[in-house]
Ligand binder design. Structure first.
Ligand code: MF3
Ligand code: CO
Ligand code: CO
Length: 246
């Protein structure tokens, strides 16, 4: 169901706390010289320590517990023996399943000293999320969130990825409705109290167009410029939304 019961919402909160903890440990662990596979191992360990499972692993054949996307990789970077370097920006996206409920969140972390431009890019992804969530309220429409994310992003000179969207979430990682990061006010599905959605701006320093590597997952900017990602799992209410992964 699109609208979650009290019991389901409680399950979503608990699953989201696992994701939050895994992101916190990933952030602490990330430094120049660690491999993205080592970061993934930390994520998987935290998830399993809660008795949860990493939903990404095996999802349409995806091999790992997290998506780790460095610099021009927007999303779905596959952990590897590649080490992260001073000045890199590293997006970590984690979905965990606990007692039948999913939580999903992403952050972009700076490794050591990153450029001012990259700091602004990271901050803009977060700010775009908060611009969107202003409209995440029962009675509004999904397009109100989308339009606000797009407007904020583009007014600040960044690009907003079109090929991938946010989504509903519940017993499954991806449920209706889609929550695009671009669109028009007053369009799309109505938001209802008790709905659970992931709002996840994926924004680019240059053009918004992306391409997928031959591994079928790694999604990069076409122009090779950097990208940032910021995602939370959110419950819609009649008033302030509840952000579960913060
Ligand atoms: N966590 C991603 C999202 O925000 C989905 C990752 S699916 C995977 O929707 F298979 F790539 F892990
Ligand atoms: Co995610
Ligand atoms: Co998501």
């Amino acid at each position: 169901m699109i609208v979650k019961s009290d019991k389901e919402r409680e399950g979503m909160r608990k699953a989201s706390q696992v994701v939050k903890a895994a992101l916190e440990q990933a952030e602490k662990f990330i430094k120049a010289g660690v491999t993205t596979l080592e970061i993934d191992a930390v994520v998987e360990q935290v998830i399993r320590s809660y008795g949860a499972t990493p939903s990404s692993k095996g999802f349409h054949g995806y091999p790992n517990a997290s998506c780790i996307s460095v610099n021009d990789v927007v999303v779905h970077g596959i952990p590897s023996l590649m080490t992260v370097k001073d000045g890199d920006i590293v997006s970590v996206d984690i979905t965990a399943l606990l007692n039948g409920y999913q939580g999903d969140a992403a952050r972009t972390f700076a490794v050591g000293n990153v450029s001012e431009a990259d700091k602004k890019l990271i901050d803009a992804a977060k700010a775009a999320f908060f611009a969107g969530i202003e409209y995440a309220k029962a009675g509004n429409k999904v397009g109100d969130i989308s339009a606000a994310v797009q407007l904020y992003t583009e007014l600040n000179g960044f690009g907003v990825v079109r090929a991938l969207t946010g989504h509903g979430i519940g017993h499954k990682m991806h449920e209706p409705p889609e929550v695009p990061n671009f669109g028009r006010h007053g369009t799309g599905s109505p938001l209802k109290s008790g709905m659970c959605i992931c709002i996840e701006p994926m924004i680019t320093a240059g053009d918004w167009r992306v391409k997928i590597d031959r591994d079928g997952w790694t999604t990069r900017t076409m122009d090779g410029k950097n990208a940032a990602h910021y995602e939370n799992t959110v419950i819609i209410t009649d008033g302030e939304p509840e952000i579960l992964t913060l």
